[in-house]
Design a protein around this ligand. Structure first.
Ligand code: CAA
Length: 402
C-alpha cells in the first residue's frame, strides 16, 4: 500500500524545524554568508532541538525516528540555507549513519551516542586533491605499527573541517590493491598529527565551513578501524548513499525557497500594467519549479522508504540526488531571472540560492557520475547487491545495551 501522508510526528518535526529556520537562520543568514561566517552556535541549537540524531536509535542517543524524518529536517534546513543542511549531511548522513551501519558495539557507544546527542560533531574525510570522483586514486596511507596505524596524507573539501570532533577518514592500507586497499578509520581531532584549515574564496555555501585535513604521522588505534581492513571503499560508497539522500532532500528545500521567493515577487512586481505572475513565460518558470519540487520529493521519499525497509537503495538515491540537485540549480537560476536585475543583487536572497545550488551538483557524486550510474543501471551493467552490513531497517529493533 502506498501512503503519501506524513505522520503526525513527522509533521511536528517539520513545523519545529521550519520555525527554527524562520526565527534563527533566515533573519541573519545574508550577513553570515556575506562575511563567510560559520556559526557553531547553530550546531548547538540543532543539538538542543534533538536534530543531530533524529534517525539514530534511542539506545545510541538518538530520537529513533525514521529515515524520511531526516529528509524532512534537511529540506527545512536548506529552505534557510545550504550551510546548515550540509552540516547535518556530514554529521548524520555521512558519519553517524555510517557508524550505525558498520560500527561495532564499542564504537557505537563511544562515538555514535555522543554524536547523536550533539555532544560531539562528526564529519567525513574521503576526497583528496587528486581523488574526487575517482575515490580509489587516494594517496593517504595507513601503515600498521603494533596496535596502531600511522596515517599520512591530506583530504580536501571537507565540510565542518574546523568544527567536527570526529572524522571517518579513508586511507590506503594496501597501495597496490586499488579500491580493495582502502580502509576506514575513526579519527579524533585531538589525535596528535591532525590539522585542519578552511578553504576561502568559495562561490557558494559561504556560511559553511569547508576545508582541508592534514595528517602527519597521526597515530590511530587499530580498534578505530571501521568495518574490516580493505572494506573502506564499500563503506565510503554506502556512506554516500546516506549523504546523497540528505543532499537530495536539501535540494527540495532550495527549490521550495526559490519558489516561495519567486511567487512573492510575482505578486509584488508589476510590468506592462499587471503582476509579473500574469505573464505566461514567468508562469512557465514557476510551474517548472513547482513540478520539480514534487518530483524531487517523491524520489527522496522513495529512497527513504527503501532505507526504512532495510533495502539497498544506491540506484534510487543516486537518481534522487541527480534529479533534485539539477532541479534546484535550475529553480534558483529561474528565481534570479524572475527577480530581474534585483535578483542579481544581494537585496534579495535568490542570488545566494543560485550560488549555493552549484556545489550540490558537484559534491557527493557529480551530475556526470550520477548520469553514468543511471545509464549503467538501465543497461544492466550495474546492479545493487546485499552488503555484509546493511543500515538497520526502521522501526528499529529494541536492542539491550551491553
Ligand atoms: N555501497 C556499498 N558497496 C558499494 C556501493 C555502495 N553504494 N557502490 C559500489 N560498491 C561496491 C561494489 O559492489 C563493488 O564491490 P565488489 O568489488 O565486491 O563487486 C565495489 O564497491 C566497487 O564498486 P564499483 O565497481 O561500482 O566501483 P567503480 O570504480 O565503478 O566506481 C563510481 C563507481 C560510481 C564512479 C564511484 O566511484 C563514485 O560514486 N564516485 C563518486 C565519489 C563521490 O561521490 N565523491 C564525493 C565525496 S564526499 C564529498 O563530496 C564531500 C562532501 O560532501 C562534504
Amino acid at each position: 500500500m502506498l501512503n503519501f501522508q506524513l505522520t503526525e510526528e513527522q509533521q511536528s518535526v517539520q513545523k519545529m524545524v521550519r520555525k527554527f529556520v524562520d526565527q534563527e537562520i533566515i533573519p541573519y543568514i545574508a550577513e553570515w554568508d556575506r562575511n563567510h561566517e560559520f556559526q557553531p552556535k547553530i550546531l548547538k541549537r540543532l543539538a538542543d532541538l534533538q536534530l543531530t540524531g533524529v534517525c539514530i536509535p534511542e539506545e545510541y542517543g538518538g530520537v529513533g525516528m525514521d529515515y524520511n524524518t531526516l529528509a524532512i529536517v534537511c529540506e527545512e534546513l536548506e529552505r534557510g540555507d545550504t550551510a546548515y543542511r550540509t552540516a547535518i549531511s556530514v554529521h548524520t548522513g555521512l558519519n553517524s549513519m555510517t557508524l550505525l551501519q558498520w560500527g561495532n558495539e564499542e564504537q557505537k557507544q563511544k562515538y555514535l551516542a555522543p554524536q547523536a546527542k550533539g555532544e560531539k560533531i562528526g564529519a567525513f574525510g574521503l576526497t583528496e586533491p587528486n581523488a574526487g570522483s575517482d575515490v580509489a586514486a587516494m594517496r593517504t596511507t595507513a601503515v600498521r605499527d603494533g596496535d596502531d596505524y600511522i596515517i599520512n596524507g591530506s583530504k580536501t573539501w571537507i565540510s565542518l573541517c574546523d568544527y567536527a570532533d570526529n572524522f571517518i577518514v579513508f586511507a590506503k592500507t594496501d597501495v597496490n590493491a586499488g579500491a580493495k586497499g582502502v580502509t576506514a578509520f575513526i579519527v579524533e581531532r585531538t589525535f596528535p598529527g591532525f590539522e585542519s584549515k578552511a578553504i576561502k574564496g568559495k562561490l557558494g555555501i559561504r556560511a559553511g565551513n569547508t576545508g582541508e585535513l592534514f595528517f602527519s604521522d597521526m597515530r590511530v588505534p587499530a580498534a578505530n578501524i571501521l568495518g574490516e581492513v580493505g572494506e573502506g571503499f564499500k563503506i565510503a560508497m554506502s556512506a554516500l548513499d546516506n549523504g546523497r539522500f540528505t543532499v537530495a532532500a536539501g535540494a527540495c528545500g532550495l527549490i521550495a525557497a526559490s519558489l516561495e521567493e519567486s511567487v512573492k515577487y510575482c505578486h509584488e512586481r508589476k510590468t506592462f500594467g499587471k503582476e509579473i505572475g500574469q505573464h505566461q513565460l514567468v508562469q512557465q518558470m514557476i510551474a517548472k519549479m513547482s513540478a520539480n519540487l514534487e518530483i524531487s520529493r517523491l524520489l527522496v521519499y522513495k529512497s527513504g522508504w527503501l532505507k526504512n525497509e532495510g533495502k539497498r537503495n544506491t540506484q534510487e538515491t543516486s537518481l534522487a540526488k541527480w534529479i533534485s540537485c539539477n532541479a534546484a540549480f535550475e529553480a534558483a537560476n529561474d528565481a534570479v531571472q524572475i527577480h530581474g536585475a534585483y535578483g542579481y543583487s544581494d537585496e534579495y536572497p535568490v542570488e545566494r540560492f543560485l550560488r549555493n545550488s552549484k556545489a550540490p551538483v558537484i559534491y557527493e557524486g557529480t551530475r556526470e557520475i550520477h548520469t553514468v550510474m543511471q545509464g549503467e543501471y538501465a543497461l544492466g551493467y550495474r546492479q545493487d547487491k546485499e552488503l555484509r552490513k546493511m543500515l538497520p531497517a526502521w522501526p528499529f529493533e529494541e536492542v539491550t545495551v551491553r
